[in-house]
Design a protein around this ligand. Structure first.
Ligand code: NAP
Ligand code: MG
Length: 405
């Protein structure tokens, strides 16, 4: 078979530990035999971040900005223990945070569904994608304990010296105080990313806040979304037969639980943090969650939602066999190939991405799966729990058939 052609390279961001091992295995088994792979390679593994003083992360993010589509392996976010383990000169920042800051993007997370693994919520039939606004609010709040009696005020001093002043509370005893903020520019970027992603995936978009209680703060989110929808996206939404739907967060929770799925749920920062864990747990497994960062100007970075699976890596280093699930990492690649194919008008590359995902699903449907999934499938399904290598080989055999290789 002639290898599938690419024109523009993908930005390839390699990572750490078990997922780094899987990264290479996926390329060797499922990509290089079929695709004339073109990538601009950046090694975001911790040793290289240390060597370049994290410049490699910034370079990779700028490359994603320039080339438009990136695929990223999971990476270690160093903590104190990692600083010792890797003998780091600094506790380097989270690569995902750095990339998100450069691309000004929103993260969309969606589960890969399988007939034999039923969501805990019985009505869910299609994936629910969570879009979390990853900027501001309680994550950047200023807060302290109020020591005792006294007046708390909120003061804003304009550049021209004018001031806004509002009493928060006349404390008769000690308590707590917090001020949070967000910016119109960030909310706008968030809104554009959400509308674009809804169009891109042809799914309706839900957005929820608590604007009945938060009459300025949450109301601003609601109004900005409404304005941008009317100005830029309503026509396209109507043409595609999808809808934009705003509702209160409490109502959204009730509707989501009763729904069939198949839509995007945009959430403010805190709501997105909590709801994405709720939704992913109810769908089954972290190893089956895909993730894509979408910038407001339409750049895409695909990755798995899980981390570097450290515990498995230490077993791997001892020479033990591991059964780490490569599904979400494979889908990061297929998502990136599909997007690259669409942008460059390469039908074969899109077809390859589809075939790769279909081969994965077929393998799982045939009962061949890693250990994490074997424990989740319906009773009565015949299952063969395999190690990562055997799983990839089984996918490859099915992929070869599909591609006539
Ligand atoms: P993790 O790597 O997601 O793993 C947590 C546990 O979930 C694993 O120990 C494993 O459970 C299970 N698991 C996750 N992915 C799996 C897979 N593909 N196949 C099978 N089981 C899977 O999270 P963590 O242990 O909290 O973090 C490890 C490192 O990853 C940290 O250094 C963290 O900074 C980094 N991290 C990176 C990203 C990212 O780059 N996007 C995201 C999160 C965390 P069992 O051990 O019980 O089998
Ligand atoms: Mg969380």
């Amino acid at each position: 078979m002639e290898k599938i052609r690419m024109t523009t390279p993908l930005v390839e961001m390699d990572g750490d530990e078990m997922t780094r091992v899987l990264w290479k295995a996926i390329k060797d088994e499922l990509i290089l035999p079929f695709v004339d792979l073109k990538t601009e390679y950046y090694d975001l593994g911790l040793p290289e971040r240390e060597r370049t003083r994290d410049q490699v992360t910034i370079d990779s993010a700028n490359a994603a900005k320039r080339l438009g589509v990136a695929v990223k392996c999971a990476t270690i976010t160093p903590n104190k223990q990692r600083v010792e383990e890797y003998n780091l000169s600094e506790m380097w920042k989270s690569p995902n945070g750095t990339i998100r800051a450069v691309l000004d993007g929103t993260v969309f997370r969606a589960p890969i569904l399988l007939d034999s693994i039923r969501p805990i919520v019985r009505s869910w039939k299609k994936p629910i994608t969570i879009a979390r606004h990853a900027y501001g609010d309680v994550y950047r709040a200023t807060e302290y304990r109020v020591p005792g009696e006294g007046v708390a005020e909120l003061v804003f001093t304009g550049k021209d010296g004018s001031t806004f002043r509002e009493k928060v509370y006349d404390f008769e005893c000690g308590g707590v105080l917090q001020a949070q903020y967000n910016k119109d520019s960030s909310i706008r970027s968030f809104a554009h990313s959400c509308f674009r992603y809804a169009i891109d995936t042809k799914q309706s978009l839900w957005f929820s806040t608590k604007d009945t209680i938060s009459k300025q703060y949450d109301q601003t989110f609601k109004l900005i979304f409404a304005e941008i929808y009317e100005e830029c996206y309503r026509t396209t939404f109507e043409e595609l037969g999808i809808e934009y739907f705003y509702t209160l967060i409490d109502d959204a929770v009730a509707r989501v639980i009763r729904s069939e799925g198949g839509f995007i749920w945009a959430c403010k920062n805190y709501d997105g943090d909590v709801m994405s864990d709720m939704v992913s747990t109810a769908f089954g497994s972290l190893a089956m969650m895909t993730s894509v960062l979408v910038s407001p100007d339409g750049k895409f970075e695909y990755e798995a939602a899980h981390g570097t699976v450290t515990r498995h890596y230490y077993r791997y280093l001892k020479g033990e066999e591991t059964s780490t699930n490569p599904m979400a990492t494979i889908y990061a690649w297929s998502g990136a190939f599909r997007k690259r194919g669409e942008l460059d008008g390469l039908a074969d590359l899109v077809a390859y991405a589809d075939a790769l995902e279909a081969a994965c699903i077929e393998t799982l449907t045939d009962g061949i799966m890693t250990k994490d999934l074997a424990g989740l499938v319906d009773a009565g399904t015949e299952v063969k729990a395999v190690n990562s290598t055997d799983f990839l080989r089984a996918v490859r055999a099915r992929l070869e058939k599909k591609l006539g290789a």
